[in-house]
Design a protein around this ligand. Structure first.
Ligand SMILES: [Zn+2]
Length: 254
C-alpha cells in the first residue's frame, strides 16, 4: 500500500516540480506549460474525433500522445527530442512491445512522461466478446505495469487507456467507466500510419493543429518519419506560440 501511495505521489509531484524550472539552461525550449489531472469521474472520455468533448484546454494548448511503442529505433529518438525541449508527453503502450523492450518503457516514466495503456497485441476490440476484449486489455495493462512498476496488476497506476484503431463499443466504454479508466481519443491526427516524408508530416500536422487551435494530438512512436520530424515540430510549436499541457492521473480520484 505504501508503495502504491509513493508511486501515486511521485507521479503527481514530479511534473509539478518540473514546472518551477521549465527548462534549465534552455530559455528557448518549448517546455511544458502546465500539468492537468485527468479523472474518469469528470472526463471519462476525451477527444473530439470520437467523443462529444475533450480536455479543458485553453487556446493554443496541446497534449502530445504517442501510441504503439515502445519501439527501439524510434521511441528513443522521440524521447531525446522531448527531453531536449523539456516537453512531457503521454505514451499509450502496447504490451507485446513492452515485453520486448521494458527498459524503454521505464525510461518514459523516468523522464517524467505519462504511461497509459493500449492493449497487449492491438486487436480491434469492438469485434470481440466483452470478456475476450477485457482479457486483452488486462493482459496489456499487466505487462506494462510489470515492466514499469514491477507489479503485474490490472488496476494501473495511471488509469488512461486508448482503444486500438479507436474501435470501441457501448459495452466496452461502459466497462471502462466502471473501472475508472479514462478513455483517450484524439482531437488531431498526424495520420502518420500513412507513408510520408518527415517534411510532409510536419506540414500536415501543423496545418491541422492551426485549424483545431487546441487538443490532444495523436502520433505513433513506432514511425520513423515521426521520430525524424519531431525536433522541427517542437521548435515550430514554440515559434507559433503553442503551449504543451501534460496530463497526469488525479491524485485523489473522485
Ligand atoms: Zn495503436
Amino acid at each position: 500500500m505504501i508503495r502504491i501511495l509513493a508511486i501515486a505521489v511521485a507521479a503527481a509531484i514530479v511534473p509539478l516540480a518540473a514546472l518551477a524550472e521549465p527548462c534549465p539552461g534552455k530559455p528557448q525550449a518549448l517546455g511544458t506549460e502546465r500539468v492537468i489531472e485527468v479523472d474518469a469521474k469528470t472526463t471519462p472520455r476525451v477527444g473530439r474525433k470520437h467523443f462529444p468533448s475533450t480536455l479543458p484546454l485553453r487556446s493554443k494548448e496541446l497534449v502530445l500522445t504517442f501510441d504503439d511503442g515502445p519501439w527501439p529505433a524510434t521511441t528513443s529518438k522521440i524521447l531525446d527530442a522531448l527531453k531536449h525541449e523539456c516537453v512531457r508527453a503521454t505514451f499509450f503502450l502496447l504490451g507485446r512491445h513492452v515485453e520486448e523492450y521494458p527498459d524503454l518503457a521505464r525510461r518514459e516514466l523516468a523522464e517524467g512522461h505519462t504511461v497509459g495503456h493500449h492493449t497487449f497485441s492491438h486487436p480491434l476490440l469492438s469485434h470481440m466478446s466483452l470478456a475476450r476484449a477485457e482479457a486483452e486489455i488486462n493482459r496489456g495493462i499487466a505487462e506494462d505495469e510489470s515492466a514499469v512498476y514491477g507489479q503485474r496488476r490490472t488496476n494501473p497506476a495511471t488509469p488512461f487507456f486508448r482503444f486500438p484503431g479507436f474501435a470501441s463499443n457501448r459495452g466496452l466504454l461502459d466497462r471502462m467507466g466502471e473501472r475508472g479508466l479514462v478513455v483517450f481519443g484524439a482531437d488531431v491526427w498526424a495520420s502518420d500510419w500513412n507513408r510520408m516524408s518527415p517534411a510532409q508530416e510536419l506540414r500536415l500536422i501543423l496545418s491541422r493543429i492551426e485549424e483545431v487551435d487546441r487538443g490532444i494530438v495523436l502520433f505513433h512512436d513506432t514511425k520513423a518519419h515521426t521520430a525524424r520530424m519531431l525536433p522541427a515540430f517542437l521548435r515550430e510549436l514554440k515559434r507559433r506560440g503553442f503551449h504543451i499541457v501534460h496530463v497526469v492521473p488525479a491524485e485523489n480520484p473522485g
